[in-house]
Design a binder for this molecule. Structure first.
Ligand code: MBD
Ligand code: FE
Length: 291
């Protein structure tokens, strides 16, 4: 936590963060016993047939050429070689999966997890400071609020997991030169479900431009930006876990997030901290009973 070499991060490469994201995901799937049983034969037949037909329809309708077909083939191979399947799927597909999964929730809105979550971050008291380097660059941000159930009861001991990019837009364990748990922590709410902790305001995030996803963005004339965001997982026994992200007003990419993961309910309202150091913001989380 005393490393102040902020230079190494900027040499982050897609292949490295992609390989890390792919390995992390494989590890978590293996720990969960794999997911082969998650899709039965009838469902696999139905969904795979529908997906293949959708692609064939595009080829016929839009008269896709052999040049275009081979460009696609080369690009798909590159997505795998760069380890960017987690990035590609989480940026361009996960938002719809999240919408379907949480449509029934009456409590706080959530949004996508993205490729950079790491479970089991260090546990901290309800009012701690997230692990960060000495002199961590960025505006200090005090984040406070309460975890409640939809019936209004405070959820004592709820877990508030937070992870986010640093002031250059890099995530620990996915960019070189950062301490393992930098800007990752699990706060345990007090008896009244409250938390009040200090972190720093993250920078907007540009997805890696030197890999397959960056190549697609460039050839299609898109941009690679996500607005600055804080990632959360909020959980308490007997309640559905919420995966969320919170955003800052005025970010130029709140309206055109490459990952389509911004919702009006997820906008923060930070103010200058009366103690003169950075900003303070309040945000509560409301959990649905386990479904
Ligand atoms: C991120 O930080 C992120 O949150 C998502 C969804 C995709 C890529 C990078
Ligand atoms: Fe992110």
């Amino acid at each position: 936590m005393s490393d102040t070499s902020f230079q190494t991060e900027v040499s982050a490469k897609a292949a490295e963060s992609g390989a890390n994201a792919s390995a992390q995901f494989a590890e978590r799937m293996a720990a969960a016993g794999g997911r082969r049983g998650a899709v039965d034969t009838a469902r696999a037949d139905y969904l795979a047939s529908k997906a293949i037909k959708a692609l064939n329809d595009i080829v016929i309708e839009d008269k896709v050429s052999y040049e275009e077909y081979n460009a696609l083939k080369a690009w798909l191979i590159k997505v795998g070689n760069d380890g960017e399947w987690p990035l590609f799927l989480d940026v361009w597909l996960e938002h719809s999966v999240e919408e379907v999964a949480n449509a029934h929730h009456e409590g706080s809105k959530g949004t996508i997890e993205g490729p950079y979550y790491i479970p089991d971050s260090p546990e901290l008291p309800w009012n701690g400071t997230i692990p960060m380097r000495d002199g961590e660059p960025g505006t200090p941000l005090v984040f406070k609020g309460q975890v409640r159930a939809v019936d209004g009861r405070p959820l004592s001991g709820a877990k508030v997991e937070l992870w986010h990019a640093d002031n250059l837009g890099f995530y620990s364990q996915f960019a070189p030169g950062l301490p393992e748990w930098n800007l990752r922590g699990t706060f345990i709410a007090n008896e009244d479900g409250e938390y009040e902790f200090t972190t720093i305001r993250p920078a907007p995030y540009m997805i890696p431009t030197d890999g397959a996803c960056g190549q697609l963005i460039e050839v299609a004339g898109w941009h690679a930006w996500r607005p600055a965001h804080l990632h959360f997982k909020i959980s308490a026994p007997g309640y559905d876990l919420i995966t969320s992200q919170l955003y800052f007003p005025g970010d130029p990419h709140n309206e055109d997030d490459i990952a389509s993961a911004v919702k009006p309910e997820l906008m923060l309202d930070p103010h200058d901290n009366p103690n003169g150091e950075g900003e303070i913001v309040e945000y509560d989380f409301v959990l649905d009973p386990e479904s």
